[in-house]
Design a protein around this ligand. Sequence first.
Ligand code: ZN
Ligand code: ZN
Length: 366
Amino acid sequence: MSGARALVLESPKNLQLREFPIPEIGDDDAVLRVEACGLCGTDYEQWLGHLGDWGGGMPIVPGHEIMGFIERIGATAAKRWRVREGDRVAVEPIIPCGHCADCIAGEYTRCQSDLGYGLYQNIHSAPSLWGGYASHVYLHPKTMVHKLPTNVATDLMTLVNPLSNAIRWVYEVGGAALGKTVVIAGPGQRGLLAAVAARRAGASQIIVTGTASDRGRLDLALQLGATAVVDVDKEDPVERVVDITGGRLADVVLDVSAGSMAPIIQGVDMVKRGGRIVLAGLKANKPLDGFPIDKAVLREIQLVGVLSAGWESTELAIDIIQHAGEALRPLCTHSFGMDRGTEAVRTLGREVTDGRDAIHITLTPE
Ligand SMILES: [Zn+2]
Ligand SMILES: [Zn+2]
């Protein structure tokens, strides 16, 4: 067998194609042949060098939204993961240690060991292949692996990771359910998928907000299950929420906007007493001025930060994609081969455009 190829982020904005030996495996680990890797905002931040000391640093093989086929697997791993060679799987980004306080408490996605794919171990950590921008990925014994259906197209299947996030944020943490009212600020891939998840969960009002430049995405939100959209450049989103809900306000506001503070401040006036504001959009390390603390106290508003997903939300995401995947097709806007890795990341960061709105981007080894 010839070697593995991988894109290595050597320094900020510098991705280089390199070759590595295919890792040797033992009884309890495996090698994945990558089918595709999804990209999200974190990939762009990593490429820019903004993640700093967080994670493994450079040089690193990026890519944490990985799916592919089990190429080789040890007997114990096969038994533990309930998969065999040739099976199509999705790989969770976090590798839980199983022994830290968070793992013991059952919150393994907060594992303190900081082991995982694409963002954690760099190439100096053997066997180097820890990211999805590659033909092969080494699968550590403690990896969380989900078996995937074989009859779903590659680009749709890579929605597993962002959809699992959306499910956890809006449904598991946000509490979107039958009859609930949900406001989603930011119609990026996670915001749009949160609208899908809220709809599947039975929410009766799903209001997605965006700016004038998000027009196409707001239309897509309506197509995917939103009951109303608000262009915040034209309308006051708080007034619209009051209006749409007849003054009853929202049960939950999910902020997935990048860099904007307004949805968090406005969220306090959009949610009911005791309502919840779920924070998932990063703000480039900027603090928030002007937050109405007294109002939040007096109305018992909850603020919760969320980062990733977990086993159950990933399984739910697989199920939704398998049964309703075709409806999600408009989200899959771009796919690039590994030789165009830089173009993929720059398209994600809206540095280059081919005229189409980039929403979900995938990288494939071919
Ligand atoms: Zn991601
Ligand atoms: Zn742990």
